[in-house]
Each structure stands twice: as C-alpha cells, then as structure tokens.
Design a protein around this ligand. Structure first.
Ligand code: OAD
Length: 252
C-alpha cells in the first residue's frame, strides 16, 4: 500500500458520501496533547513495566504503587487539552449521519473535545471503583492515597482501582459489541494513531474491511495493519484530521 501525504481525494469523496463512519483511535491521537504513547521511543512501556503496574496481581501486591501511578497519569491528563485531531473528529461526527468513535484511549480527551458517540474499549482513567463491591469512587475517596494509605472503598474497605482494562482482563462486552456493530455498518473506517498490535481492538479495522468498508489509516508511520487497509494517510493526526474534516465539510 503506497502511503499518501496527507490523504487521497477518494477518501474525501467517500467520507462526503458516507452514511455510516466508524473510527478507531489509539494513543497516537493524544501524542500532540503531550500524552506519551505506549510503544514509540520514550513511550510508557519503555519506562514502566506492564507486569508491575497494569494487571490485577500487581495491584493486589502493591495497591499504593499502582494507585499512585494512575494518580500521576490522571494529573497529566487533567493538565492536557484536546488537540486539533480530537476536535476534527468531533466535527466529522456532526457531518456524518451515523458516526461511531471507538477508542483504546483512557484519557477522556475525545469527550472533552466534544465527541458524543464514544465507545471506550479500554475504559476511562478518570473513573475509579471498588475492586470488591464495584461501587464507583468519588474524588474524595481517592484522596486517602495522599495520606500514605492505599485508597479504599468507604462502604466495604476494598481497594479502589481505575476503571481501565488491565492485561489479562476482558474488554467490556457491551463496548466491544457496539464497536463490532459499528465496524460492520461502516462505509468508511478510519484507524488513527494506533500501532494495531493489541487485540481484540486491532482486528476491528479488518472486520470493517471484510464487511465492505473503505479503510484508511492515519499515522505518522505505517502500522502493523498498514498492509490490510485501502489507504495509509501519513502524517500527524493533529494536521491530517483538520484538513480531512475541512475537505469533507466543503463537499457535503
Ligand atoms: P501505541 O503506543 O502502541 O501506538 C501509538 C501509535 O501512534 C504508533 O503507531 C505511532 O506511530 C502513532 N503516532 C504517534 N504519534 C502520532 C501522531 N502525532 N499522529 C498520528 N499517529 C501517531 O498505542 P496504541 O496502539 O494505542 O492498552 O496501544 C494500544 C494499547 O496498548 C493501549 O490502549 C494500551 C496499551 O497497552 C491497555 O492499557 C489495555
């Protein structure tokens, strides 16, 4: 697949005519908001070990460490702002009758940018709940951590955990089903800023293509699925997506 800079006219034409569009985003779309990706040089998994932080056994072994790491990530995300790429996707949603934004990101930036129909495959960092009774946690419950104690549920005393999917855990069933349905319906599917190596998210673009969607990837470098898409639009999402949204707006 020959990469295009930034995208083909065919993609604009298809988006302008599309009734149904689905999008899958990954960490790359938030890179320009200053949030590190996972697998790029300097990425999160280069500096931290998933087996020490992002699984339930690690959490039960050292709840304070894991809670502190997520508190740190929440603070980074709270300081960050949605970038032009997030905003362009929120605009595309207003131009297309049936638009589903499927994200692997837990940073909540799509919603803050104004996207409405967001499917969170890996949960959301800004929510926490009790690992035992599942009661949603309030901000005040999480503050216990600041006093040097692990944060616990005020009802049952269980440890509070972020509502994110850890290694070895199932994705939320409803979110995954909604994502699959959107992929099957899509006339056009965009895979944006994801290395497409983490399953089951990475198989969603292929499912869309099998069901007849035109699949385009937007990335600074071709991903693991670049050979299985119709078009690779090369460039930073914060540059490519505003241009794409403007071109679609001009033709719709
Ligand atoms: P990765 O870190 O694996 O991939 C980031 C992708 O973004 C790479 O393909 C980069 O080339 C691309 N990229 C970087 N900057 C970009 C930019 N400005 N514009 C466009 N693309 C850019 O992140 P994900 O694919 O999201 O899971 O990783 C998937 C999952 O792995 C995450 O959801 C997380 C992680 O383990 C869980 O925590 C469950």
């Amino acid at each position: 697949m020959m990469p295009h800079v930034p995208f083909t006219d065919a993609l604009v034409e298809r988006l302008a005519r599309a009734r149904s569009v689905a999008v899958l985003t990954g960490a790359g779309i938030s890179a320009e908001s200053g949030i590190a990706t996972f697998r790029d040089p300097g990425g999160i998994w280069e500096r931290f070990r998933p087996e020490e932080l992002a699984n339930v056994r690690a959490f039960l072994r050292n709840p304070e460490l894991v809670q502190a790491w997520y508190a740190h990530r929440r603070a980074l995300v709270a300081e960050a702002e949605p970038n032009a790429g997030h905003l362009a996707l929120a605009e595309l949603e207003t131009l297309i009758p049936d638009f589903t934004l499927i994200t692997q990101n837990v940073d909540d930036l799509h919603r803050r940018a104004g996207s409405r129909n967001v499917v969170e495959l890996h949960g959301n960092l800004t929510r926490s709940s009790c690992i035992d009774c599942r009661r949603p946690a309030a901000e005040a419950d999480l503050r216990m951590l600041a006093s040097g104690e692990p944060a616990r549920c005020p009802d049952c005393g269980g440890y509070l955990r972020p509502d994110v999917v850890w290694f070895g855990e199932m994705l939320p069933v409803e979110a995954l089903e909604t994502a699959h349905e959107a992929a099957r319906r899509a006339d056009v599917f965009l895979s944006i800023g994801t290395s497409a190596v983490v399953y089951p998210a990475a198989e969603i673009p292929r499912l869309a293509r099998e069901q007849g969607a035109y699949v385009a990837e937007v990335n600074v470098a071709p991903s693991a699925i670049a050979g299985d898409v119709d078009e690779v639009a090369l460039g930073p999402a914060g540059t490519v997506l505003p241009r794409l949204a403007a071109a679609v707006r001009a033709r719709r």
